[in-house]
Write a protein that binds this ligand. Structure first.
Ligand code: HEM
Length: 508
């Protein structure tokens, strides 16, 4: 009797102890399987609460195929979703829906919020910088207006950067350099001539800091995907390189800023005594209490926007030029003629229509992202096909699938450097087909009011670098005629990471 009682009391006390466990388990299962607002949007790949994580890992390596699958399934216009590690990405297919996203009011969809969410700009740049993005405003306004005035300095920097990273000898033998690493160095030096000026733009420590910073931001993103939001500040501070990189940036920037302050004092506040570059424009525009820390973060921010996009496009361009040797004499001739007429100026770069068409084709194949118009919904929104998008959802429009659609670009898999040049000649209206002209069918720079404001600058810098390279160098690939394969990560399109380009002094 005693034993029965003991067993019963043991049972009741265990059952009692199990109740909270069962409740937690049930809540967990409910949290996993409860209906969610995005459930009604078709998914590419598995969409279960656990299997979608496997699918997110697949998307890292098969992003291109999964987006293509969605594009084909909803070819006549529709909406699907794909998982990325920390969220669903809702993807639009078709001009009508993409145009609704492009033209939606600012309080409905936000690019800024998408960047903050994806790149954790709140942690990386701090509230003072991202809530008051003077550097972005300057990129959108002052930088584009100053292209003409800045081009001679950039060309000067081109000469020295190529000489440093691809030194020429008189011999006929080829030398090999890793294409991406070299392109990154050259592009970052040239770009920084008009960001922080000479001599900091040639400081290897500063250049490598900027090149490294975006990789650190990427690592931070991957780490933040795995932890709850409240832990981000502490993990970011203790377990990522961002704080030490900012400190290094401050150490490198301080002497330059001190020198500029002294120039201003010595010239009785004459701003024209300062170099004409982003750093001087920033000094003139930031609040009086701006610190070295925030100024450094702004400069790093300008570099994040500019240098990888330009250096990746430059790398892709070198691969396609080296693989298509017949283009080289044609582009050389075009550059020689323009430069003979106008020198290495913005006017001359504006006359390079074949090179422009080549660059546009390079970006059609290799736009930085397979989707474009990346936004976050700031409030609930319903597209015209009835799809409901709740506040906080990430949304984008297909880009690469459009660029590879035969109904948009005939024979899309063929790289045709003259594709857009032929359109310019056909229509007699070159401007409509330039690389900087965006549309819902040409999305490497986005489209609409947030279309990349740096694209005019980027096109000018790329033409300067390619023009200088072709007039002075022969280039070739280790496997002639074969463009080294792109690398895909999620929706990002990257050039081959290690392939060499061969070079020697121009022989003809
Ligand atoms: C080949 C080079 C480049 C490519 C492919 C590129 C691509 C893009 C894309 C796709 C967007 C988003 C547009 C949208 O969602 O509607 C963007 C935005 C932006 N880009 Fe670029 N970009 C390049 C070069 C540059 C350069 C050189 C700068 C600055 C000097 C720059 C500054 C910006 C800024 C500030 C934004 C945000 C615009 C806004 O908030 O409205 N980009 N870029």
């Amino acid at each position: 009797m005693e034993t029965v009682h003991e067993i019963r009391s043991l049972f009741t006390s265990s059952a009692f102890a199990l109740i909270p466990l069962i409740a937690v388990g049930a809540a967990f299962v409910w949290a996993l399987w409860k209906p969610r607002p995005l459930d009604t949007i078709p998914t590419i790949g598995p969409s279960g609460p656990l299997s979608s994580y496997i699918s997110a890992v697949q998307f890292m390596f098969r992003g291109r195929e999964m987006l293509q699958e969605g594009y084909q399934r909803f070819y006549s216009g529709g909406i699907f979703k794909v998982p990325i590690l920390d969220r669903w990405m809702v993807v639009l297919v078709g001009k009508k829906l993409s145009d609704e996203l492009r033209s939606a009011p600012e309080d409905a969809f936000s690019l800024d919020q998408a960047l903050v969410d994806m790149l954790h700009l709140d942690f990386v740049f701090g509230k003072k910088v991202y809530l008051n993005p003077i550097h972005t405003t300057l990129m959108k306004t002052r930088m584009t207006k100053a292209i003409g005035a800045l081009t001679p300095d950039m060309y000067d920097e081109c000469i020295q950067a190529f000489e440093q990273h691809m030194p020429l000898t008189d011999g006929k033998e080829w030398k090999a350099v890793p294409c991406l690493a070299t392109a990154r160095q050259v592009s970052t030096i040239v770009n920084n001539r008009i960001v922080v000026g000479y001599p900091l733009c040639r400081d290897p420590e500063y250049i490598n800091l900027n090149l490294r910073f975006i990789i650190d931001m990427f690592q931070l993103r991957m780490m933040f995907c795995l932890i709850p939001r409240f832990m981000e500040p502490i993990v970011g501070r203790l377990a990522t390189n961002i704080p030490s990189q900012i400190r290094l940036g401050m150490r490198l920037m301080k002497p330059v800023l001190d020198e500029r302050v002294k120039i201003l004092e010595d010239s009785d506040g004459d701003w024209s005594a300062l170099p004409n570059d982003m750093l001087s424009w920033l000094m003139a525009s930031v609040p009086k209490d701006e610190t070295l820390d925030t100024m450094t973060r702004r400069v790093l921010g300008v570099n994040v926007a500019a240098i990888h996009t330009i250096s990746h496009t430059f790398t892709h361009s070198l691969f396609y030029l080296a693989a298509n040797q017949e283009l080289i004499p044609v582009i050389r001739k075009e550059v020689e003629k323009a430069v003979a007429e106008d020198g290495w100026t913005k006017t001359a770069m504006g006359k390079l229509y074949i090179l422009d068409s080549f660059l546009k084709e390079v970006l059609r194949f290799n736009g930085a992202q397979a989707w474009s118009l990346n936004r976050i919904a700031l409030k609930d929104f319903t597209f015209s096909d009835g799809t409901f998008i709740p506040e906080g959802t990430s949304v984008a429009a297909c880009a690469t699938p459009v660029h590879m659609d035969p109904s948009v670009y005939p024979d899309p898999e063929a790289f045709d450097a003259y594709r857009f040049y032929k359109m310019m000649e056909r229509d007699g209206e070159a401007n409509q087909h330039l690389v900087v002209k965006t549309s819902l069918e040409y999305l490497p720079f986005g489209h609409g009011s947030h279309a990349c404001p740096g694209r005019f600058f980027a096109a000018n810098q790329l033409k300067l670098m390619i023009g200088h390279l072709l007039l002075n160098y022969d280039i070739e690939l280790e496997t002639p005629g074969v463009v080294p394969e792109q690398v895909w990560f999620e929706a990002a399109v990257l050039p081959h990471q290690t392939a060499n380009v061969l070079y020697r002094k121009r022989q003809t």
